[in-house]
Design a protein around this ligand. Structure first.
Ligand code: FCB
Length: 480
């Protein structure tokens, strides 16, 4: 997209016309109503009920109660000037147990959501999988099983067929790295397994699920519909410029980024990833034809970014790293990279302890634009956790979130100036919500949620973001 002339105020940054201004959420994190209208349990319902897995024993049973408040929430989005809304469809809601016929009541909820959005002039952007695998499919083996990918493709066809008249922007998977390596590697996310081989198998079957779903969606969606995937590409930095630390970056890039980017965008797994993990598996779970099935043209790539990742080589006898930004688990989420240490990036930190550093987003967007110049990009998640709640007069002031969003939007703008074809930005998140292993203890919302009354109160960052969304112009910090 060409950039218009700079805004009259030379320091103001003007985004391209048609740029999508959005906010993002996911089903399990906001919907609640986990046992209503035919929804069956997902792996997160089970995980939340496993003692010690989720902060405070929190569950998604009520969450932000979005299932019952969708009209109010869409009204809020309209007030905030959003032009797009990224949400996810709960697989166990629309296809209970993950196989077989659709559940009409589950589909109806997403029809109503899409209708409300369209009536408000907001483009719906639906993700098929934001981590809520039907529990029955986990019991049949979960993502380490090839069958799960085939079931996912059938679910994609079912959802696309039922909702494709209203929803024309689709994302197959959200952050398959987390599903595979936190779900089956470190065990910090559902289903909580700690088996490096299962994690690698899961990664491959998620890749396959993505490729099969792209094909399935394209066979049922109208012409012009857009299909994508959202990845949490890690912006990596070596602790020092030493060859050993740069090799640590290479390893994490392989098992953190190229394990998905390689097959999805370039048609195969990187040779160094296969070598790094050869002591664990011969990758014979990759069947002939899989690489072609995975390597599908995409209409855009979603990039989720929060903070950079700093790594170094560690001594032979060091303990493997057990944590990533989502918490420490019982094992490493980085198969084949046992001798890599993780370090705190410099700078101010959010309530997740994640360093604020927008240069990582700029680097990711411009690197992807260089390696895949024909592929449009979308920032599908970016945001910060800060606890700010209502003050004495009821307003919720969160200047640090505004500063975070401002700095990251400036980085997106700079990447566009430097040639990246970025089509939109989705703030994470619209509402405070269930933050996985952290339960309700971390708040990412533009809108504060009082979990006792479920009242919504837009924070000052929401009002600030609304002005940016309405004008498409980012003014210098403090200029209003
Ligand atoms: C991302 C997830 C999203 C949310 C943010 C903070 O990894 O996609 O659901 O938890 O982190």
């Amino acid at each position: 997209m060409p950039l218009p002339d700079p805004a009259p105020d030379t320091a103001a940054l003007r985004f391209p016309p048609g740029f999508h201004w959005g906010a993002a959420t996911s089903a399990y994190q906001i919907e609640g109503a986990t046992a209503e209208d035919g929804r069956t349990p997902s792996i997160w319902d089970t995980f939340c009920r496993t003692p010690g897995k989720v902060h405070g024993g929190d569950t998604g049973d009520v969450a932000a109660d979005h299932y019952h408040r969708l009209r109010e929430d869409v009204r809020l989005m309209a007030e905030l000037g959003l032009t797009a809304y990224r949400f996810s469809i709960a697989w166990p809601r629309v296809q209970p147990t993950g196989r077989g016929p659709a559940n009409p009541r589950g589909l109806d909820f997403y029809r109503r959501l899409a209708d409300e959005l369209l009536a408000a002039g907001i483009t719906p952007v639906a993700t098929l999988y934001h981590w809520d695998l039907p529990q029955e499919l986990e019991e049949a083996g979960g993502w380490p099983q090839r069958r799960t990918a085939e079931h996912f493709a059938a679910y994609a066809a079912l959802a696309g067929e039922a909702l494709g008249d209203r929803i024309t922007r689709w994302t197959t998977l959200n952050e398959p790295w987390c599903s595979a390596f936190l779900g089956y590697g470190s065990g910090v996310h559902a289903p909580g397994r700690t088996d490096p081989v299962a994690a690698l198998r899961a990664a491959h079957h998620l890749n396959l699920a993505h490729g099969l779903a792209v094909t399935a969606l394209r066979s049922v969606l109208p012409a012009g519909a857009e299909v994508s995937v959202a990845l949490n590409a890690h912006a990596l930095r070596p602790l020092t410029p030493s060859a050993a630390d740069r090799d640590a970056v290479r390893r994490i890039d392989a098992v953190g980024n190229r394990v998905f980017l390689g097959p999805m965008l370039d048609g195969g797994y990187p040779a160094d990833l296969l070598a790094d993990t050869a002591h664990l598996t011969d990758w014979s779970f990759v069947h002939s034809g899989d690489q072609a099935a995975i390597h599908q043209r995409l209409d855009w790539l979603g990039v989720n970014y929060y903070t950079p990742t700093v790594v170094s080589a560690t001594p032979e006898d060091a303990e493997p790293a057990r944590a990533d930004g989502h918490g420490a688990g019982g094992a490493s989420p980085w198969p084949g990279a046992d001798r890599v240490g993780f370090h705190q990036a410099p700078g101010e930190r959010t309530a997740m302890d994640w360093a604020v550093d927008p240069s990582g987003l700029y680097e990711l967007l411009t690197a992807l634009a260089r390696s895949h110049p024909e592929l449009p990009l979308m920032v599908t998640e970016n945001g910060a956790a800060y606890p700010d709640g209502p003050g004495p007069r009821g307003s919720v002031d969160d200047p640090r979130r505004t500063a975070y969003l401002h700095a990251h939007l400036a980085a997106v703008h700079r990447s566009v100036v430097d040639g990246a074809d970025v089509r939109g930005y989705f703030a994470w998140s619209l509402l405070d919500n269930f933050e996985w292993a952290y339960g309700y203890s971390r708040r990412f919302g533009l809108v504060h949620v009082d979990y006792r009354t479920l009242a919504r109160s837009p924070r000052s960052s929401a009002h600030w973001y609304a002005r940016v969304a309405r004008t498409g112009v980012l003014h210098p910090p403090g200029a209003g």
